[in-house]
Structure formats: C-alpha cells, structure tokens
Ligand binder design. Structure first.
Ligand code: NAP
Ligand code: G4F
Length: 324
C-alpha cells in the first residue's frame, strides 16, 4: 500500500471513477477537481460506492488559479488530467469551448504542476482521435497524426504540450493515446452506451427503435476498467513517455449492435433506423491500435473482449431500467 496523493481532473467522468477506485485500492489519497454544474455529477462515484472516499476540490480546467490551489491543497504526487469536453460530435458545435477545455486546459494543468510541484508526475488523456484520417493501417506511437474534428485538434495540442514539458522542463509527463474504451459508466451520448441503453429499453417494451448514423465506422473498443490500469502503470515508470493503449481488434458499429441485439434475443433489422442527423461533418472511418509498446514496457494487456463488454453494459442497463 502507498501513502501517495493523487489529483484527478475529470474525476466525475467514466475514467475518473474507475481510476479513483483503482488508486483507492492501492492506498492513495484521491483528490478530484469538481467543476460547478447545476446537475448532480457524482452518480458514477456513487455507483462504485466511493463517493465518500474521494476528496473533491472546486475548480475548472479553464481556471488556472483553481488548479494551482488544488495542487497545493492535494499535495499531489501524481496528477491525472482526464477532464475534457470528450464528445467528438459536440466539438463541431462548440469548437472554442473544446479548444479551451481540452487544449488550453491541459496546458493549465501542466503549468499548475510546474509551478507547485515540478517533480510531480503528470498523465495526459490523449486519444486515438488524433490519428483521424489514418496514415497507417494499424496505429502506434510512431504513426503521424491527422485529426478530423475540433476535439482531435484540441487534444493534439495537449499531447504536444505534454511532450514539450517533458523535454523542456524534464517533467515526468506521459501521454496515454487511448483508443475507445467503454463500460456501464459510459455517457449515454457515446455509441456503445446509446446502443445498450436502447436495446434494453426495446427489450423492456419502453422504446421501439434505435436511430444511428454511420454504422460502417470501425473502432478498437476496450473496457475502461482495464485501461485505467495502463494510466497508473505509465506514472510508475522511471521516465515519462507516450503509449498507445488498445486491444488490437477493430469492429464495425453494425457488428457491435448485432452483439447487443443478439444478446437481448432481438432482431436488429426490425428496430435499427439510419438517421442523417447522426452523421458527422468529417468521420474517422477506422481505428485500430497496436498496443505492443504498452505490452512490452508496462506489462499491460487488455482483459475484456468486446462481446463480454457489450453484454456487461447491456445487463447493467437492463438492471437499471428494471429498477426504474
Ligand atoms: P467523460 O466521461 O466525458 O468525463 C469527462 C470529465 O471531464 C467529467 O468529469 C467532466 O465533468 C470533466 N470536465 C468537463 N469539462 C470540464 C472543465 N471545464 N473543467 C473540469 N472538468 C471538466 O470522459 P471519459 O470517457 O471518462 O474520458 C476521460 C478522458 O479521456 C477525456 O479527456 C477523454 O477526452 C479522454 N479519452 C477518452 C476515451 C474513451 O474512449 N473514453 C478515449 C481516449 C481519450 P462533469 O461530470 O462535471 O461534466
Ligand atoms: O461512440 P462515439 O461517439 O466515439 P468516438 O467519436 O470514436 O469518440 C470516443 O472515442 C475517442 C477515442 O478514439 C475519444 F477520444 C472520445 O473522447 C470518445 O470517447 O462514436 C463512435 C463511432 C463514430 O464513428 C460515430 O460516427 O460511432 C459512429 N456513430 C454512428 N451512429 C455514432 C452514432 N456515434 C454516436 N455517438 N451516436 C450515434 O448515433
């Protein structure tokens, strides 16, 4: 067991909740930035039974002074920057906010670490969206980036800021280039959870159809619970570095839907409607990661198959909806 302090931005999000659970199990004192919202954002921490075990500090990624205060109050040894406007679809409607939160926000966290505790270790939640219009069939740490959304562009700034602070100030700063990862705690706007929630509703007679956009897109989907272990492992290495975290398998949205409908004993074609509204101005057609470096250097490998993941999510949605 450790007695280290961790500070997590985005603690109320999917990954923030699983990472908090992991760090608490290792003995960390876990602090998290809580951005002011008019609605309750603690449901994920409650669902994991850890809402009362983490220390929440008011702050926002766009407010450097709040991040400096959080660094001072938490005495953080490890800082995980998971906070973001993380929905690609919204980034075309809110490009400036996305740039401020996802791009400049990461720079704010790096500055807060550099000012308060430059020996602190920093993790940046980078993304396979940076590969966008892919320049290699399977993407790894050497593949050139070509972002296709304002979200991807903002995240690319944060990625390079992380590399730059490592090289400029000898900071222990790592960029985890994570491919899509999902769970029962995934936001309902993302396609896997949108599907499992809808299939559960159709099964229970609460809804008739599921409307989707481009179901030919392919993604490399893993389980968020597995992926937060890779984040922690990166900060336990002697030096900061960049790592691709993925399963090495890619699947169409269509096939992912078939798994969900199949598990519910429903016929997909009777319920699925293609709706132009959900197509994007520019699409990332296919993502397929190569996690060889994370495997070799961190000893990390994914444990959960896509089938098991979708079944886990669908069962959780069926339970939630049945409980009312
Ligand atoms: P998520 O569920 O959408 O969580 C995002 C978190 O960021 C929430 O806690 C949110 O707080 C917080 N946040 C948003 N704006 C903020 C602001 N201005 N100041 C402070 N906090 C703010 O995302 P996730 O799936 O856990 O992903 C975690 C990180 O990994 C994100 O940076 C995402 O871009 C990146 N990523 C995700 C994936 C994936 O497949 N999940 C893959 C690669 C990279 P509220 O709850 O208050 O809104
Ligand atoms: O689930 P998605 O919205 O995830 P997307 O765009 O790949 O982004 C997620 O993964 C990134 C890592 O690569 C993260 F950085 C990011 O924060 C986020 O977590 O969409 C997946 C695919 C897309 O091709 C989209 O066009 O599903 C397609 N899709 C088809 N119909 C849909 C829908 N996506 C959504 N959200 N809703 C639909 O109705």
């Amino acid at each position: 067991m450790t007695n280290k302090n961790a500070l997590i931005t985005g603690i109320t999000g999917q990954d923030g909740a699983y990472l908090s659970q992991l760090l608490l199990s290792k003995g960390y004192k876990v602090h998290g930035i809580l951005a002011r919202r008019s609605t309750d954002t603690l449901w994920r921490l409650r669902e994991l039974g850890i809402a009362d075990e983490v220390i929440l500090l008011d702050g926002d990624l766009t407010d450097l002074s709040s991040l400096i205060r959080a660094m001072e109050a938490s005495k953080a040894d490890e800082v995980y920057n998971l906070g973001a406007q993380s929905f690609v679809g919204s980034s075309w409607q809110q490009p400036l906010l996305t740039a401020q939160v996802d791009g400049v926000g990461a720079l704010n966290v790096l500055e807060a670490v550099r000012i308060v505790n430059p020996k602190g270790r920093f993790y940046q939640a980078s993304t396979s969206e940076m590969f966008g219009l892919i320049q290699a069939e399977q993407q790894d740490e050497t593949t050139p980036f070509y972002p296709r959304s304002p979200y991807g562009v903002a995240k690319l700034m944060a990625h390079w800021a992380t590399v730059n602070y490592r090289e400029s100030f000898a900071m222990h700063a790592s960029s985890g280039i994570l491919f899509n990862h999902e769970s029962p705690l995934r936001g309902i706007e993302f396609v896997t959870r949108k599907v499992t929630d809808a299939v559960a509703r159709i099964k229970l007679g609460l809804q008739k159809e599921l409307r989707l956009g481009n179901i030919d897109a392919k993604r490399d989907w893993g389980f968020a619970g597995d992926y937060v272990e890779a984040m922690w492992l990166m900060l336990q290495q002697e030096q900061g570095d960049d790592y691709v975290v993925a399963t090495g398998q890619t699947t169409t949205v269509r096939r992912m839907c078939e798994i969900a409908f199949g598990h519910a004993g429903l016929t997909m074609d009777q319920h699925l409607v293609i709706d132009e509204k959900f197509f994007r101005p520019a699409e990332v057609d296919v993502l397929l990661g190569n996690p060889a470096k994370a495997n070799a250097k961190l000893g990390w490998r994914p444990k959960t198959s896509l089938e098991d993941l979708i079944v886990m999510m669908l069962d959780a949605d069926l339970r939630r909806l049945s409980r009312g």
